[in-house]
Design a protein around this ligand. Sequence first.
Ligand SMILES: [Zn+2]
Length: 268
Amino acid sequence: MRKMLCLLLALLCPLLCLAEKTPDWDYPIDPLTLRNAEGYLTLANRDHLLDASYAPNDLVTVTAKHVSGRFQLRKEAHDALLLMFTAAKEDGCTLYVKSAYRSYQTQNTMYYNRLERNNGRDDGWVSYPGASDHQTGLGLDVLNYAWTQKDGMNAEFGNAKEAQWMAAHCHEYGFVIRYQQDKQEVTGINYEPWHLRYVGLACADYMYRNNLSLEEFTEEWQGYIASYNAAGGDYEALCKSLTTLPDPMATGEYDDSGDAEISFFQLP
Ligand SMILES: [Zn+2]
């Protein structure tokens, strides 16, 4: 009997080893988030230009406190912004939106106006058309009252208590400071303590804790997927398996209107 058991184990072992060939997903962000189906991780910079026709289809008018004018953001980013502004206010920081979504055409005009004023030199203050985070509908500029009264913005805003509050808390609402002081070489953009970018809660938290710019984070997760596939995994298949729900089955329970309740969970 014992011999047979040993034989059985010996036969099963290679099969078990084969089954283990698919590597575990051990990246701290879940695979579906990285698919970027919603575009919350979309990178716009000089190396990753957005198309002139790229425009989000879920823009909403900003109702959060703002300077005069009409601003737009993608809905999920705006919902998160409202929560953040309320929390900031509770901590004694009143925040104002100064700028939000910008179309390719607007950015184009801004860029060439800046060049003209600057004797044809790109000083890193206005992004190249297609390279602006504002075109994603997820990037925005947020100031305190004093700075809304000034003509321009500069790195000094980083000393304001409102800027420090945002640096410490914006990730709790799904935002990151897109252009950090210590990442100017990586982003190619000057330090902008007022420019927030919505990436979603999980990614904002991860980027904050690991001090990653969007450029670095993108390179890291794309590299992880490449190594996952190289190790025998199939990222696309993994995502598919996570999006495929089992067939719905009737639970046998009925709600008040008499419709059968449908459950995606197996009954015990
Ligand atoms: Zn900005």
